[in-house]
Design a protein around this ligand. Structure first.
Ligand SMILES: NC(=O)c1ccc[n+]([C@@H]2O[C@H](COP(=O)([O-])OP(=O)(O)OC[C@H]3O[C@@H](n4cnc5c(N)ncnc54)[C@H](O)[C@@H]3O)[C@@H](O)[C@H]2O)c1
Length: 442
């Protein structure tokens, strides 16, 4: 795909969020608060990071907005869908992520964000029982109704462009089925045949977004846009897609820490990660079929950074079959902690002559506080990519994602190494700003 300089944005940017829960209301509240000068958008690369442009004596470090035409926070207009009817203010209060002092000054604006009826199927999230749900004849009708929602949102708000972001619950695991997900034609036929098993509601959202000319971002680990049929649709509609699964706490640490072991040529026998989490996300993930989706996503991180086939002496031992280190990820629903997740990592490494050592990491994080800036960056950068004529899987956004999309049909390996992902991000920004990509050390 030819790289071109991004065009300057005209008018407002609509951000339609699927799911109006903890992450999305924290994201929305933070943007509204930053606009009023009441809070700082800490953690957001698009608002804080600086990238080097030029080399040698000509080099300078600039904020993204001074390199590429990123939409302004003042130009964002929010909308949402949810299974529950509560508006963004009520939902933010229920989520208990933010304090009253941070939500109350935004009350009127948050109350105005009322969720549209969700495209939902209880079989995909058994623990949810809200009634703000569309009545759909079949999956095709589900997508048609969502398309109409997007068109109405555009008309009512007058926004120039829309990005659709999935920040809704994790659905049950939908394995890729080539017969249904392999081509756009097969996918559409399955939607029309109401194939509920292979077509998740999230696929209807993605289908609707792309058909309406909106980039689509998958923030949960759902396989939604990670299938050839959706790549085909994204190519056809010339829309960017990104996914999957916000890289927030434990996996961020893993993708940043594993390179220390790999770069220093230390060995790994095992990595055990466990979490306790008590928000609604944790409740949904307590269901084994939903956890499976998350597990697949979380497990993929390490294997492409510490590769047993490339370094069999270092990474080829440790588990039952003795072919690679033991890697286990657990999430435990524990209500008293609500959104304040605690993660423990136990890393069994070995050094010179095989002598064992251990590393322990204990991360007391706040899930939605970490996810909110990723929502902002993914939305702004997808909108930018669209204006730069980029479409299909946006690999430069891997930096923000736990399980980056890649073309597995061609044996492509995803890049999970945080610092390699950062190089990809910086180079994409440089190119979209009309500068040369490079790999010089900063
Ligand atoms: N916070 C993090 O650190 C983090 C990291 C990675 C991924 N995620 C993912 O982000 C998502 C949101 O997390 P959260 O903590 O805000 O969860 P949440 O439970 O607070 O909010 C999710 C909302 O989505 C709604 N929903 C479910 N299915 C829907 C559908 N089909 N259509 C419309 N709405 C629907 C639910 O009713 C709920 O209000 C989860 O999938 C989670 O796994 C979060």
């Amino acid at each position: 795909m030819a790289t071109q300089k991004a065009e300057a944005p005209k008018g407002k940017l609509g951000v339609l969020v699927v799911g109006l829960g903890a992450v999305s209301t924290t994201f929305m509240a933070g943007v509204l608060a930053a606009r009023k000068g009441l809070a700082k958008p800490v953690g957001s690369m698009t608002q804080y990071d600086k990238i080097r442009i030029g080399r040698g004596e000509d080099k300078k470090y600039l904020h993204y907005k001074d390199i590429v035409p990123i939409a302004d926070l003042n130009d964002i207009v929010f909308g949402a869908w949810d299974v529950y009817p509560e508006n963004a203010f009520e939902s933010a209060v229920n989520a208990e992520v933010l304090k009253a002092k941070d939500i109350l000054p935004l009350q009127a604006e948050l109350e105005a964000i009322k969720p549209m009826k969700a495209a939902f199927d209880k079989n995909y999230a058994k623990r949810l029982d809200g009634n703000n749900v569309k009545d759909c004849k079949d999956r095709w009708d589900m997508a048609e109704q969502l398309r109409e929602d997007i068109r109405n949102f555009k008309k009512e708000t007058g926004v120039d462009r829309v990005v659709v972001l999935w920040a809704a619950s994790t659905e049950v695991y939908v394995p890729v089925n080539d017969e249904v997900h392999g081509t756009l034609e097969a996918l559409e036929a399955a939607m029309k045949a109401d194939d509920k098993e292979n077509i998740a509601p999230s696929m209807c959202y993605a289908y609707a977004a792309l058909q309406e000319g909106c980039p689509f971002i998958m923030g949960a680990p759902n396989t939604t846009v990670d299938i050839p049929a959706m790549w085909e649709l994204a190519e056809k509609t010339k829309m960017p897609i990104a996914g999957k699964d916000f890289k927030t706490g434990q996996t961020l640490v893993k993708s940043g820490f594993a390179p220390i072991i790999g770069t220093r040529c230390l060995g790994l026998n095992g990595w055990f990660s466990t979490n306790i989490l008590g928000n609604r996300d944790g409740l949904v993930l307590d269901e084994p079929a939903n956890f499976r989706t998350k597990e697949v996503s979380k497990l993929s991180t390490l294997e492409s950074i510490l590769v047993p086939e490339e370094q069999p002496d270092l990474y080829g031992h440790g588990n039952d079959e003795d072919t690679q280190y033991y890697h286990k990820v657990r999430i435990n629903y524990y209500p008293p902690r609500n959104d304040n997740k605690e993660g423990w990592d136990n890393i069994d490494i070995f050094g010179w002559m095989g002598y064992p050592m251990q590393i322990k990491i204990n991360f007391l994080c706040r899930d939605s506080i970490l996810a909110a800036p990723l929502c902002l960056d993914l939305v702004l950068l997808s909108d930018l990519a669209m204006r730069a004529g980029r479409y299909g899987t946006q690999r430069f956004l891997s930096f923000f994602l736990k399980s980056p999309m890649h073309d597995y049909t061609k044996g492509e390996v995803p890049v999970n190494h945080l610092f390699q992902q950062y190089v990809m991000l910086k180079n994409a920004i440089r190119e979209m700003g009309g500068y040369e990509a490079d790999e010089e050390i900063d």
